[in-house]
Ligand binder design. Structure first.
Ligand SMILES: *Cc1c(COP(=O)(O)O)cnc(C)c1O
Length: 495
């Protein structure tokens, strides 16, 4: 079956997967969605014997229907290789009665690697398939982890340039060092004077500027996005839920067909939406636990049906979840409106005009599979400490949020369904917060001393990704105001 892609706002339809990947965001500001969500076409039992790469092929081929088998397998082989520090790619660790799906074994030790290792290959393959002559300029706003994962994925990939914007002071020191030490002639990193939403809004504005697109085209460039709005990021993220389920079956933890819950620390809603799509494909997932930190706009949304971004932005210790506009939620809104682009467009227009919208009761019922919860900064720290004290296993601040919300959910509902918790970052990426949670305030102790302390505490070697920034040179020092993002891009590209 051929799948075609359309904008959630109705302005564009009939695109192939490769065209949707190339564009990233639709011209009308909408996100691309498949016209139907395909079903897994093999019995689940068969997945139990598959490698990560084979699982990826079996899942992704159902969405990327204009890719040949050879093209897709080649993208997968180049993405999920020895860049990952384990052959399993995404191992499951059982601790305290839950299954932590470790999505941080890639090059930048955060779950963004799962999709951003393959996106450059999907994009360059898409460019070839569509006879694109321009260089592709990846423009990305990051709350910390996307930036580095995208930089690492695209660095020195021929025919591409990558420009990353991050909020100054809004990312961890390790995250910042990872980005500003990035090598590669085609890379640029800019800190903006604003928060992540400012960065994301600025990037979206550049995407929407037709005149600028013409200027770029004349100079031999065209924009694309590595943010989680790109369907080429969403689809690879479905894979690990299928893989995790199959592993639970293979390990005898569940019987094939049993339901599981998933708990996901959520920011831009990409990761949990991928779990939802896995469910729609036929994976037996019961409840999707959407875990927020103190920026609990999604918790409030699932509780009340009103999405309201008019609130202060809080900066807790899980910066990759600090988002007031969860872009990918638009895809769920669209589906819950019965794929009615006009209805979705109306709500998104309200969001940009007033900062809020309310869905209908029918749409809310459609979202019944989701449970929204949040954990405060203190609850997050308490959870990290508890899991460590009970089991010796150390989780990061994002995973801590999901783990805490999951625990509270079980207590409140009595639901004892086996639960996969998406473990989205290595604790080493947030060493200071993690060590503070386990052992108390670290004072002004040096960042890398804390890294070493964490290594002793967790009994885990310091990951290569952290070792390599210990002494690396700082290569990027650009800063800009939020109103100057477009001219900054022009400057970087020499327009
Ligand atoms: C990006 C990120 C998240 C949020 O994922 P979304 O797909 O944006 O919801 C959570 N944790 C970490 C560590 C991340 O990097």
């Amino acid at each position: 079956m051929n799948i075609s892609y359309q904008s959630t706002r109705g302005g564009e339809k009939g695109l192939t997967a490769s065209q949707a990947i190339l564009k990233g965001l639709a011209d009308d500001g909408g996100l691309f969605m498949p016209d139907a969500i395909p079903k897994l076409d093999l019995p689940l039992q068969e997945f139990a014997g598959f490698s990560y790469q084979e699982t990826a092929y079996r899942v992704m081929r159902l969405f990327l229907t204009d890719f040949t088998e050879e093209e897709l397998r080649s993208c997968i082989e180049r993405a999920y290789d020895s860049k990952f520090d384990t052959e399993e790619i995404a191992p499951l660790t059982k601790a305290n009665g839950a299954y932590y799906l470790e999505l941080f074994h890639g090059r930048t030790i955060a779950f963004k690697d799962m999709a951003l290792s393959i996106l450059p290959h999907l994009l360059t393959t898409s460019a070839k398939k569509n006879q694109v002559k321009n260089d592709i300029v990846i423009l990305t706003a990051t709350s910390g982890d996307t930036g580095k994962a995208a930089l690492a994925g695209f660095a020195d990939v021929p025919g591409t340039r990558i420009i990353v914007f991050y909020p100054k002071g809004g990312v961890s020191r390790i995250q910042e060092l990872q980005m500003i030490t990035q090598t590669g002639d085609n890379t640029a990193v800019v800190s903006i004077h604003g928060n992540f939403d400012d960065a994301q809004t600025g990037v979206k504005r550049i995407f929407g500027d037709r005149a600028f697109a013409k200027r770029l085209d004349a100079a031999g460039f065209q924009l694309s996005s590595a943010n989680s709005i790109n369907i080429g990021r969403l689809v690879p993220q479905i894979v690990y839920y299928v893989y995790a389920y199959a592993k639970l079956v293979a390990n005898g933890e569940i019987a094939c067909g049993d339901e599981i819950n998933v708990a996901v620390p959520t920011g831009n809603f990409g990761n949990i939406l991928a779990a939802y799509l896995a469910k729609q494909m036929g994976l037996p997932i019961r409840t999707l636990i959407c875990a927020s930190n103190d920026n609990k706009v999604l918790y409030d949304f699932f509780r009340t049906g009103t999405y309201d971004r008019r609130r202060d932005f809080i900066l807790p210790s899980a910066p990759s979840m600090d988002i007031l506009i969860s872009s990918n939620l638009e895809r769920l809104i669209y589906l819950s409106a019965g794929s009615d682009a006009a209805k979705n467009r109306e709500l998104m227009a309200q969001l940009s005009a007033t900062g809020a919208y309310t869905v209908t009761d029918e749409m809310r019922r459609f979202m019944d599979d989701f449970y929204g919860g949040y954990a405060t900064e203190a609850e997050d720290a308490g959870e990290i400490r508890k899991v460590y004290e009970d089991t010796g296993y150390v989780i990061d601040t994002h995973t801590g949020v999901a783990s805490a919300v999951c625990r509270a959910y079980r207590t409140k509902t009595g639901d004892q369904t086996p639960t996969v918790i998406a473990s989205t970052a290595s604790p080493f990426k947030f060493s200071r917060s993690v060590m503070t949670a386990i052992a108390g305030d670290q004072g002004d102790r040096d960042e890398f001393d804390i890294v070493d302390l964490l290594s002793q505490t967790a009994n885990v070697a310091v990951p290569q990704a952290v070792e390599e920034i210990r002494h690396a040179n700082i290569l990027h020092t650009r800063e800009c105001d939020i109103d100057d993002m477009e001219s900054t891009v022009a400057g970087i590209l020499g327009l």
